[in-house]
Structures are given as structure tokens and as C-alpha cells.
Unconditional design. Structure first.
Length: 118
């Protein structure tokens, strides 16, 4: 637990803030949140997991870290909301693609039938 420093938490908070901005930008269509971004997010969450698991103890034994831990917790809640928005967006896009695929298939069948009657 002594190896958790203010710098570790701050580095995690800054990186998570960057990734959150990028994810939210992708929801607005300003950029793409790629597989590499997902890997970066997973790596960050794995790196910060020990800090989160120790957060109650850290708040008690290292009260100077409480504000940073609270901010990181807030960011995690925002991440959860953003991931849910992305999930819903992907479901909507999948549904639209499936509808388009059905339309293309129907058009293709119509064209085949038209060629046979010509």
C-alpha cells in the first residue's frame, strides 16, 4: 500500500480524463475510438485496480489522497455512463446495418427476378 503515490493516482486521473474526452468525442462523431484506445483503457484500469481495491484503506491512512481518489471515482462513474452510451449507439448502428442488409438482399432478389423475366 505504501507504493501508492499521489503521482500514481494523478497519472491515472489524467489519462482517464484524456480517454473519456476521446470516447465522448467519438460519440459526437468528432473522432474514432479504436481498438488501440480500448486496449489503453483496459491497461489503465488494470494498472489502477490495486489503487481502487485499497481506496478505503488509503482514505483512512493517507487522507491527503482522498480528494484525488474521489475525483478518480467520479471519473469511473462517468466512464460507466459513457460506455453505456457507446453500447446503445452500437446497438442502434447494428440495427440500422441489419435493416440495410435486408433491404439490399430484397433489392438483389428483385433484380434477379427482373433479369429472369427480361
Amino acid at each position: 500500500m505504501n507504493d501508492v503515490s499521489s503521482k500514481t493516482i494523478e497519472r491515472g486521473r489524467v489519462r482517464l480524463a484524456e480517454l473519456l474526452r476521446h470516447m465522448q468525442g467519438s460519440l459526437r462523431g468528432e473522432c474514432a475510438f479504436t481498438g488501440d484506445d480500448v486496449k489503453s483503457l483496459r491497461a489503465l484500469l488494470a494498472e489502477m485496480e490495486p489503487v481502487i481495491l485499497q481506496s478505503a484503506e488509503l482514505r483512512r491512512t493517507r487522507p491527503e489522497l482522498a480528494a484525488q481518489l474521489e475525483e478518480y471515482k467520479s471519473q469511473l462513474l462517468e466512464l460507466q455512463k459513457t460506455v453505456e452510451k457507446i453500447r446503445v449507439t452500437l446497438i442502434v448502428q447494428k440495427t440500422a446495418l441489419e435493416a440495410s442488409r435486408t433491404q439490399v438482399s430484397a433489392t438483389s432478389q428483385w433484380c434477379s427476378a427482373f433479369r429472369q423475366t427480361s
